[in-house]
Write a protein that binds this ligand. Structure first.
Ligand code: ADP
Ligand code: 5GP
Length: 197
């Protein structure tokens, strides 16, 4: 069985990553969503073990020391990290893995695993990004301003990504991500392995 591939989805907070990924996962059982660990407080409706593993700073530190993270980073005052073992298990089961992580973490993963495919999700405009962050209603004005500053810095790094998807319509963004994933599985290096088996 061919090993799965890892796809990183990055993009500013509020751009719609969770919304788009929720749709993407609706009709795919061959995908694994990597549930990150974070020291951030859960938002209303977020379930422990589903959106994130919500842990405290001490536990996060222990996981760093145990080398349990594929990558980790600080983002607007909280820590976020990808537990390594579940990612490896899913890939070994032939599943593609989706990491919803910010740009510093994406860089760490690609340094360790250069074959990882990186997709950047951008908003149609800054005004629309601000509107989405406000309409989500989960962050204070101060946090929203910090997330917008961070968003502009993140966009500067987007040209090192392999693909750029604009989340104007959720349906189109999902179609584009599906198309990217399919195309990555049509690369000769992978397809030719099948013939050699
Ligand atoms: P992220 O996971 O990137 O932080 P969310 O998925 O939480 O972002 O989306 C932020 C807000 O934007 C939510 O209220 C969501 O319903 C809305 N949203 C997401 N995608 C779109 C879109 N294409 N058009 C309009 N609103 C959207
Ligand atoms: P939020 O607090 O809005 O859920 O996430 C804030 C940012 O952290 C988003 O850009 C999200 O992609 C990123 N993020 C979530 N999990 C991880 C992770 O495990 N590692 C890294 N580096 N970033 C993460």
């Amino acid at each position: 069985m061919a090993k799965g591939k890892t796809f990183i989805i990055s993009g500013p907070s509020g751009v719609g990553k969770s919304t788009v990924l929720r749709e993407l996962f609706k009709d795919r059982d061959d995908l694994y969503f990597s549930v990150s660990a974070t020291t951030r407080e859960p938002r209303e409706g977020e379930q422990d073990g589903v959106s994130y593993h919500f842990i405290n700073v001490e536990r996060f530190q222990e996981m760093i020391e145990a080398d349990a993270f594929l990558e980790y980073a600080e983002y607007v005052g909280n820590f976020y990290g990808t537990p390594k073992k579940y990612v490896d298990r899913a890939m070994n089961e032939g599943k593609d893995v989706i990491l919803d992580i910010e740009v510093q973490g994406a860089l760490q993963v690609c340094t360790k695993r250069p074959e990882t495919i990186r997709i950047f999700i951008a908003p149609p405009s800054w005004d629309e990004l601000e509107r989405r962050l406000k309409s989500r209603g989960t962050d204070s004005d101060e946090k929203i301003q910090k997330r917008l500053v961070r968003a502009k810095a993140e966009l500067q790094t987007a040209d090192v990504y392999d693909y750029f998807v604009i989340n104007d319509s959720v349906d189109r963004a999902v179609r584009e991500i599906n198309a990217i994933m399919l195309a990555e599985h049509c690369k000769p290096a992978e397809r030719m392995k099948i013939l050699k088996e």
